[in-house]
Ligand binder design. Structure first.
Ligand SMILES: [Zn+2]
Ligand SMILES: [Zn+2]
Length: 306
């Protein structure tokens, strides 16, 4: 049960020499996901040694350029590298049309299946699920249709309490799977041995919530409640709270308030406006409201092992 998040870019608006727009690479429970794909994401992936072959699912929050202008470049590079593995892109309505138009007019033929999953719902929905992980949308409040994403491990099997099992001569190896599935054990004389006497709880699941871009929006709190790690945009400091409101972005203080109310484990700030040269001011502002805060920075990794 674990999570590793690598920040590839965490600045707003235009790419600059040392400021890359939004993109993150998440590894969770043997699965991996690319979250947003700002311009230059493919060079950041190379820089931080993320294998392209690990990218099979891409989640795009919204269609502002700083979150998806890297997508056509990445898809084009996959094609030049003769990728054959299918690629799934979860993105708002319009992304498929834009990307396919670019491919059409550049006469680019892909050798791999490219599947778009169009997001249109304004309510949180389950958009990806396999045996290890679930992904839900987090509808956000921004100038255009935008979703954050909640990544959740699935609860694993119960763990065998080997010493308790060995004390019962009737339990055989072929019974172990039933015990891991939570079933009670029935002895030959009809006595029922409760599963909780023979197994232990599985490790707690790990959850990560990505919330960019958004105004201060308390409606996300029930969705992100108790996550281990929350990335919440903080484009501005409180000195620009009025500008944050009109542009539908958040301040560091507002991000911290959301983190506090949602009782998250740790808050990561990002999507900084280029007007701020000293990013420590974001940390200081947020920590007045919520203590466990970190600044995102390209190349920084966040690891959680339960
Ligand atoms: Zn943005
Ligand atoms: Zn935006």
């Amino acid at each position: 049960m674990s999570l590793k998040l690598t920040i590839l870019g965490c600045h707003s608006a235009t790419p600059r020499t040392f400021a890359h727009p939004s993109a993150q690479f998440l590894e969770m429970n043997n699965r991996s996901f690319l979250i947003d794909c700002g311009e230059g994401t493919q060079t950041q992936l190379r820089k931080y040694k993320v294998k392209f072959s690990k990218i099979k699912h891409i989640f795009i929050s919204h269609l502002h350029g700083d979150h998806f202008y890297g997508l056509i470049g990445l898809i084009s590079t996959f094609s030049l590298l003769n990728r054959e593995t299918e690629l799934h892109v979860f993105a708002p309505k319009g992304a498929e049309e834009i990307i396919k138009l670019q491919l059409k007019h550049s006469k680019s033929w892909l050798h791999f299946p490219l599947h778009f999953h169009e997001l249109t719902s304004k309510k949180s929905e389950l958009i990806f699920e396999d045996e290890n992980v679930e992904v839900h949308t987090i509808p956000l409040k921004h100038r255009i249709y935008t979703n954050g994403f909640l990544f959740k491990e699935k609860l694993g099997e119960r763990k065998l309490n080997i010493s308790a099992i060995l004390n019962n001569k009737e339990i055989e190896i072929c019974d172990y799977q039933n015990l891991k599935d939570g079933k009670d054990f029935v002895q030959k004389d009809g006595t029922v041995i409760s599963n909780t006497n023979l197994t232990r709880n599985p490790p707690p699941i790990v959850k990560y919530a990505y919330c960019s871009d958004t105004a201060y929006f308390e409606e996300i709190i029930p969705i992100i409640k108790g996550v281990n790690l929350l990335y919440h945009e903080s484009t501005f400091l409180e000195d620009k709270v009025a500008l944050a409101k009109t542009t539908k972005h958040a301040t560091a203080k507002q991000a911290a308030s959301i983190a506090k109310q949602a009782q998250v484990g740790k808050l990561i700030l990002g999507h900084y406006s280029s007007r701020y040269k000293n990013l420590n001011l974001f940390l200081e502002e947020a920590q007045k409201t919520f203590e466990n805060v970190a600044l995102s920075e390209a190349g920084k990794e966040f690891v959680i092992v339960n």
